[in-house]
Design a protein around this ligand. Structure first.
Ligand SMILES: Cc1cc2nc3c(=O)[nH]c(=O)nc-3n(C[C@H](O)[C@H](O)[C@H](O)COP(=O)(O)O)c2cc1C
Length: 190
């Protein structure tokens, strides 16, 4: 497990600089469908696991991104921080923590997880949601049991393309996790 990824210091600084700006919690998640067509949409950032380089997002099992992720679970998430004029492009793969029933009904298992630990994490995320958001997954929700449509997405980050526009000149650094699980950094132009 890789700790203290070099890009995390920059990322946490950007998050802190934008903590009072609600719109700065939105990022764009790109997936690819079975025809190779890209699809991109806005999602709310739901947290980060510093030790594991994992980002958390929430979605609905009925959404199209779920069927796309079952086929290709590699993603890119793009996030622009307006005040500091920084862009982060996170790449890696997604692990979907769905309802146990929906996992066993479908044959896919490579991209989904129903381990007790994963389900506990899903429950914690469910319980931290507002009532209104819980209701958006289904009426008569149970706070002790996530709705069957509620999915916790875990982005396992293996590459970060960082761009800082200001001050000039632009700074671009690409970080990637090598085969030995060490982060490597390389400057890039433009
Ligand atoms: C500001 C904003 C925040 C959003 N947050 C989420 C979110 O956290 N999770 C989600 O699944 N969809 C969210 N959406 C809706 C998605 O952008 C998208 O329309 C939806 O997930 C269906 O996408 P799909 O058909 O590609 O799966 C948000 C939309 C906006 C405009």
């Amino acid at each position: 497990m890789q700790h203290n990824s070099p890009w995390q210091t920059i990322f946490y600084r950007s998050l802190a600089a934008h903590e009072k700006i609600p719109a700065s919690r939105y990022l764009q998640l790109a997936t690819v469908d079975n025809h190779g067509h890209p699809h991109c949409r806005t999602l709310v950032f739901r947290g980060f696991n510093q030790d594991k380089n994992q980002m958390y997002l929430h979605t609905d099992n009925r959404s199209e991104k779920m069927s796309q992720l079952e086929i290709h679970n590699r993603i890119e998430a793009c996030w622009y921080f307006s005040e500091t004029r920084e862009q982060f492009r996170f790449s890696g793969h997604v692990e979907s923590i769905s309802d146990k029933k929906s996992i066993s009904q479908s044959e896919q298992s490579k991209t989904t997880s129903c381990s007790p630990e994963a389900q506990r994490l899903r429950l914690t995320h469910w319980q931290n949601l507002s009532d209104a958001l819980r209701e958006s997954y289904g009426q008569n929700y149970d706070i002790a049991q996530p709705d069957e449509n509620f999915v916790l997405l875990i982005l396992h980050i293996t590459r970060v393309d960082y761009l800082r526009l200001a001050p000039l000149p632009h700074l671009r650094v690409i970080y990637h996790l090598d085969a030995s699980e060490n982060w490597q950094a390389k400057s890039a132009v433009p």
